[in-house]
Design a protein around this ligand. Sequence first.
Ligand SMILES: NC(=O)C1=CN([C@@H]2O[C@H](COP(=O)(O)OP(=O)(O)OC[C@H]3O[C@@H](n4cnc5c(N)ncnc54)[C@H](OP(=O)(O)O)[C@@H]3O)[C@@H](O)[C@H]2O)C=CC1
Ligand SMILES: O=C(O)[C@@H]1CCC=N1
Length: 275
Amino acid sequence: MEKEKVAVLGAGVIGGAIASAISDDFEVIATRRRLERLSALAERGIKVTTKNEEAVSQADVVIVSVKPYQVVPLLKSLSENLADKLVISFAASINIDLIQRVIPRSRVVRAMTNIAVQVREGYTVYSYGKNVSDEDKSVISKIFADMGEYEEVDERYLDVLTAMAGSSPAYLYTVVEAMIYGALHVGLPRDLALRAAAWSVIGASHLLLSSGKHPAELKDMVVTPGGVTIDAIYALEDGKVRTAFMKAIRDASLKAQQLAREACDEAERQLKSDN
Ligand SMILES: NC(=O)C1=CN([C@@H]2O[C@H](COP(=O)(O)OP(=O)(O)OC[C@H]3O[C@@H](n4cnc5c(N)ncnc54)[C@H](OP(=O)(O)O)[C@@H]3O)[C@@H](O)[C@H]2O)C=CC1
Ligand SMILES: O=C(O)[C@@H]1CCC=N1
């Protein structure tokens, strides 16, 4: 059977990871302005070009993974080429309504994922715009399955989920980095410290998902009275680590919402100046 064709416009960090993740199951054509930075994808057998029109004209599905402020100008410049295509945007804060206003003849999906797509273990959340067909939905599921775990959500949660799912790897790397430095402080070799922290994150995550237990209950199971763990928990509480994380998620969510408002205002200005 012939493979569906997917164009990835803006194959940078996340677009490049998506292009690679889906390249066994789909015929992918990836774009960015600096062609030389597409060589790793080309070596994987992915078609590469700087010409967005050319990529779109060959594609059944178009993935948009440019920076949020670049989405509206890019879609506007391609609106004719994108008519009747399925368009999946991974840009933070750019809502379906805005995209649909710029490309009214396209079917639109808004999604958020994370960097773990690079190892096909991302977590992708998404919402459908109007007119997305059952046939589209099955292609979309196939794309997202290649990238890792995925689930459909109400669009009103996508900004908060950007802070929770899209950005989370950065918070976890901060925690892991700090743990490694703690271990270095008491003399553990670097590589052993890294493996201990990383495998603990993976194991703890699998247990959390498979046990169905609340994280507080699992934490309690680790804390031996008068043992080792309680000294670490005491130090973390003294450092207000839970307050810091709660503030981090709240602030990142508010930022995603603020960027969404600014994108809408800017698009409004542009659309008015066009008329
Ligand atoms: N980084 C992450 O972990 C995640 C990012 N996102 C979202 O993904 C999007 C991209 O982020 P990220 O990958 O980090 O950023 P990058 O800067 O790595 O990627 C953006 C890419 O867009 C390309 N680009 C810019 N303008 C054009 C154009 N006109 N035509 C074709 N390509 C173009 C740039 O390449 P060049 O300069 O060569 O043109 C660049 O490769 C953002 O909207 C972000 O919100 C979503 C989930 C996670
Ligand atoms: O920092 C950002 O805005 C993007 C969205 C999620 C991850 N990176």
